[in-house]
Write a new protein. Structure first.
Length: 108
């Protein structure tokens, strides 16, 4: 049986397991980039045959990640067009993310 968890960060939920790589919204890591990031909003943990479901979070559970890099997501185009008005607007946006590699999942 494998170990995995469901975590919440940036109002999004991620299914993670050890050695997996995830891109999450920017977290406040301070001026000096920390090498270790601890995510403590764990909603679900499975460790072998043991399953813990949080209400809403599992008490004492943590996911320890290593900071890999800062990346940018794909460009999202927002195009507004009004017919017969000679009115067009095109806006683009790229979201900033941080890439984390999951090192360890600690159940509560």
């Amino acid at each position: 049986m494998s170990t995995y968890a469901v975590i919440e960060t940036g109002n999004k939920q991620y299914w993670v397991e050890p050695k997996s790589v995830i891109d999450v919204e920017l977290l406040d890591l301070g001026e000096s980039k920390k090498k270790e990031v601890v995510l403590d909003r764990v909603l679900f943990v499975r460790d072998g045959d043991r399953i813990e479901v949080g209400q809403p979070v599992v008490a004492g559970a943590k996911v320890i990640c290593d900071f890999v890099d800062e990346v940018r997501g794909p460009k999202v185009i927002h195009f507004r067009f009004r017919r017969r008005k000679n009115s067009k607007k095109k806006h683009g946006h790229r979201q900033d993310y941080i890439r984390l590699q999951v090192r360890e999942i600690k159940a509560g």
